[in-house]
Design a protein around this ligand. Structure first.
Ligand SMILES: [Zn+2]
Length: 50
């Protein structure tokens, strides 16, 4: 999906998919979000199911 980026919280590992970086994690007060980079990064994060 064009423009969709992926961000993972470094504290609780919640992953967000959004066009722009969220202001912060919704689950923990001070969770820092790290951008997963691109679709390949997201694919690496979500393990494939056989
Ligand atoms: Zn979090």
């Amino acid at each position: 999906m064009p423009g969709l980026r992926f961000f993972a919280c470094e504290r609780c590992e919640t992953v967000y998919a959004a066009p722009e970086e969220p202001s912060g994690c919704d689950r923990c007060a001070d969770g820092r979000l790290a951008e997963l980079g691109d679709a390949d990064g997201a694919a690496a994060y979500f393990a494939p199911v056989d």
